[in-house]
Design a protein around this ligand. Structure first.
Ligand SMILES: *Cc1c(COP(=O)(O)O)cnc(C)c1O
Length: 338
């Protein structure tokens, strides 16, 4: 079976850099959504806990339940299916979410600071605080999300400014209803490295921890190391003769006799069809013809083939981003920590 190798030392190296930038490992909320960006939810939760990470961010309650034992705090981004657990914090993405959760449940209010995707509008702030208090929800946090922290423009500054304004209003409103602190946070990976510090309660970091952050070339890139490598094994090999064509629709034509082999990886595993024909492995080995559902052919006959050890290379071949390359990797691939 095709498999994934996860490098513990690279993950810990990245966490060292993130902790040094945001101030402490207690401030890191590791984003583990979507099977930890394809790395494996339990594998990455185990490593994170070993490192001393106490906070996690997931998308659904079922993910939160699976990693509950590893963390002290779990932010659930988009699921209001209530499960009684004092570690779980539910995101209120819209005013309607306030009515979906039971009294005493921990919630965090998402506010829209310019991305216009999720979160309440600044004009709804007062109504939100009143309704949260009426419903007796425990408001623990206020947060937002950057839309273009990875690009060189003024947008990062503008959104940060909007968030500071909303934070000030929210803190005043919060004091009317509660004596507990309100934890505020906005930074994802790119925003953390744009700011170079964290004056908020925590940072929600995903892609930088996995070591494949992408930033505009003019922004300073921290020396992160990719954690994940993808490998496949040979199913069969052959000698292609001149004019023989390989795979569906025969899109690759041999010009001379050469060896080729087919490997046990395809787009059903998350090795995407759009990587061909540009894709090269780290050893410079070319993919030959189309990537099929369960197979792909390469210009080599090696038994085990390293497909990529840096998702940015695959992302470039496929015209996409590292988030899509990684989260496409299926949960049933074997994952080994080294
Ligand atoms: C996915 C996500 C993050 C993590 O973003 P990275 O760029 O991977 O650091 C942070 N916050 C929210 C709301 C997210 O959805």
């Amino acid at each position: 079976m095709a498999h994934i190798i996860l490098k513990r030392s690279s993950f810990f190296h990245n966490l060292d850099i993130i902790a040094a930038t945001c101030g402490s490992k207690e401030k890191i909320a590791l984003v583990l959504k979507d099977n930890a960006y394809g790395h494996g939810l339990i594998e990455m939760a185990t490593l994170a806990a070993q490192y001393g990470i106490t906070r996690a961010v997931v998308r659904h309650v079922h993910e939160a339940k699976r990693v509950a034992e590893y963390f002290e705090y779990i932010l659930i981004l988009a699921d209001t299916t209530y499960a009684p657990n004092p570690k779980f914090h539910y995101t209120l993405n819209a005013l309607e979410d306030i009515d979906k959760l039971p009294a005493q449940c921990n919630v965090e209010l998402k506010v829209d600071t310019g991305m216009h995707r999720n979160g309440i509008d600044a004009r709804e702030l007062e109504e939100a605080f009143t309704r949260i208090a009426q419903r007796k929800l425990r408001l623990k946090g206020l947060f937002s999300h950057h839309r273009s922290a990875d690009t060189l423009s003024s947008e990062w500054f503008w959104q940060r400014h909007c968030f500071e304004k909303i934070k000030a209003q929210a803190k005043t409103l919060h004091q009317r209803h509660s004596h507990e602190p309100l934890a505020c946070h906005i930074s994802n990976s790119a925003a953390l490295f744009r700011e170079g510090a964290c004056n908020d309660a925590m940072v929600r970091v995903g892609i930088a921890a996995y070591g494949v952050l992408e930033l505009d070339a003019t922004l300073t890139m921290p020396p992160l190391q990719p954690v994940l490598s993808l490998y496949a094994e040979k199913i069969s090999s052959r000698v292609l003769r001149p004019h023989e064509r390989i795979g569906y629709n025969g899109t690759y034509t041999a010009t001379e006799n050469h060896d080729a082999a087919t490997y046990n990886i395809g787009y059903a595993d998350g090795f995407m069809r759009c990587y061909a024909p540009q894709f090269r492995t780290p050893e410079g080995i070319a993919v030959l013809g189309r990537i099929s559902m369960d197979n792909s052919s390469f210009d080599t006959t090696k038994e085990t083939l390293l497909l990529f050890d840096d998702a940015r290379v695959a992302a470039r071949a496929g015209g996409t981003i590292t988030y899509e390359v990684l989260s496409a990797l299926k949960a049933d691939l074997q994952r080994h920590i080294v």
